[in-house]
Design a protein around this ligand. Structure first.
Ligand code: ZN
Length: 323
């Protein structure tokens, strides 16, 4: 390939790279259309992913920013199909489209897009910010700042626009292999609590290091509240009332422990959902269909898969599921 490229004369090289760029642009639009359909069908849930973001990250090995922009635009194509034409003819690029999507409204979306064509990213950001200020001024008190827009990705975060996992949203910054830096912003109550704990912990922590005090406090709390540390207790016998839909706390803890604190949804291809947050207990055979509250009829699912299963059982359109 390298030799072939080197053999091209200047005009051929210019023509070739133009052609490849055109193909790349069309492939991107095709990808967005396909992703829109994946989202509409909630195919990512069936394939064992709790969100479209996790599906794209795993399947396509794209950067988080690239995934965000693609999802943002793909999810808007059903409501604003005119975006496809502007993206395909090159007058609108993915970055501009993803910036504009949160501001699009059904009645004025295309007018807004037309005003952004040919503008740089900075110009687009400025125009959108100016429009937001004007909208806020025109809104009644209390409603300012809320601009209706199309559906948002539940994984999205308003400021950095890149969905982050709970772990990535953490407060910790690695300083070395043995140390992390912890940043906290709190009110004076936290300061008072920390200082009082310091006083009481003088025998254990003579120098009163905040990290030591926090570690002791957290250890104490977790010893009393973390289900993982109570596994012996949670695996004990408990009273079951099969005629109640309510799942006893200890049974919940047992099911969570057995699941490894991870969603148990497995796709037909064998991919298990990796979600560990917002886990819920689901009746495998729904309660409404005679399913009882017994261990063998209960499973741990993330919220997205619990909803997906619920709507599938109700035979409701998959696009009702918000993930
Ligand atoms: Zn799941």
């Amino acid at each position: 390939m390298d030799d072939l490229i080197k053999s091209l004369d200047d005009n051929q090289l210019a023509a070739e790279i133009r052609q490849v760029a055109e193909q790349e642009k069309n492939q991107l639009v095709d990808f967005l259309c396909l992703l829109s359909e994946v989202n509409r069908r909630n195919l990512h849930l069936q394939k064992g992913y709790s969100s479209l973001f996790n599906y794209c990250r795993d399947q396509f090995n794209l950067s988080e920013g690239s995934i965000y922009r693609r999802i943002q635009v793909a999810r808007s194509l059903e409501v604003f199909p005119f975006l496809i034409d502007y993206l395909r003819d090159g007058s609108l690029n993915l970055t501009t489209a993803s910036l504009a999507v949160p501001y699009l409204r059904v009645e004025s979306g295309e007018t807004l897009i037309l005003s952004l064509l040919g503008k740089s990213k900075r110009q687009v950001e400025q125009l959108l910010a100016d429009g937001k200020k004007q909208t806020a001024k025109a809104m009644p008190s209390g409603a300012a700042g809320h601009i209706p827009c199309c559906q948002q990705d539940s994984d999205d975060h308003a400021d950095n626009k890149v969905p982050l996992s709970p772990k990535e949203r953490g407060l910790f910054k690695s300083v070395s292999s043995e140390e992390v830096e912890l940043s906290l912003l709190g009110d004076p109550v936290i300061e008072n609590l920390l200082n009082r704990a310091r006083e009481l912990l003088v025998p254990s922590c003579p120098d009163g290091a905040a990290s030591d005090v926090l570690a002791i406090a957290l250890q104490y709390w977790l010893d009393h509240h973390d289900p993982k540390r109570q596994k012996v207790d949670t695996l004990a016998e408990f009273q079951l009332n099969e005629i109640s839909r309510y799942v006893p706390r200890k049974l919940k803890d047992k099911l969570l422990y057995k699941s490894g604190y991870q969603c148990t949804w497995v796709s037909p291809e064998g991919h298990r959902c990796e979600e560990t947050w917002g886990l819920e207990i689901d009746h495998i055979l729904p309660w409404s269909q005679g399913g009882r509250t017994r261990e063998d009829n209960l499973q741990v699912l993330c919220r997205a898969h619990n909803q997906y299963k619920f709507f599938a059982e109700k035979n409701v359109s998959a696009d009702k599921v918000a993930t």
